[in-house]
Design a protein around this ligand. Structure first.
Ligand code: NI
Length: 175
């Protein structure tokens, strides 16, 4: 049996924190963390996973939208440099918020700038599901969750009310 990888889950306040840029060359621990993230993503049958979901505030995420378990890629210090005007609203779930979902409006095409494991800068266009997945993971890097959205749009009020649930959880779980 493979080792079970526990994910950080809502309402843990850690998910609301902002992640920090990753420095190059990657240290050994970060290299191991990337492999751990691939494992976690596949074990939980996800198509994307951010470092914060396994407990690290690093600006990186992994993705494999093919579900083939052979197409895994890591995106380090990602930045969306261009997005289509055209958007699409769709229901999204998150491995860190089991049983919950949000209706989220996302750009259907984006151009992403990021670094690979070797620090090499890449610039690539992504469409549809991959573009949606990337925007979802990028939200994680800034402490946002898909359950913060309402009728497609990011809602500060909903975020706040969710955060109140979190602090209640924190109070009770600390005592
Ligand atoms: Ni997520």
């Amino acid at each position: 049996m493979p080792m079970y990888i526990e994910l950080v889950k809502y309402p843990d306040v850690f998910l609301r924190t902002k992640s920090n840029p990753v420095e190059f060359p990657l240290d050994e621990k970060t290299q191991r963390l990337i492999k751990w993230m691939y494992k976690a993503m596949y074990q939980h049958h996800g198509i994307g996973l951010a470092a914060i979901q396994v407990g690290y505030q690093k600006r990186m995420f992994v993705m494999d939208c093919t579900r083939s378990q052979t197409n895994e890629k890591v995106f380090i210090n990602p930045e969306i440099v261009e997005k289509s005007e055209e958007t699409l609203r769709d229901n999204e779930g998150c491995l860190s918020a089991p049983g919950k979902s949000g209706d989220v409006r996302r750009h259907i095409r984006i151009i992403l700038k990021y670094q690979d494991e070797n620090g090499k800068e890449e610039r690539k266009t992504f469409y549809n599901l991959e573009a949606r997945c990337i925007q979802h993971e990028m939200d994680h890097l800034d402490g946002k969750l898909c359950i913060d959205y309402e009728k497609g749009n990011y809602s500060r009020d909903k975020h706040k009310s969710q955060t109140m649930v979190e602090s209640d959880f924190r109070t009770k779980s600390d005592s």
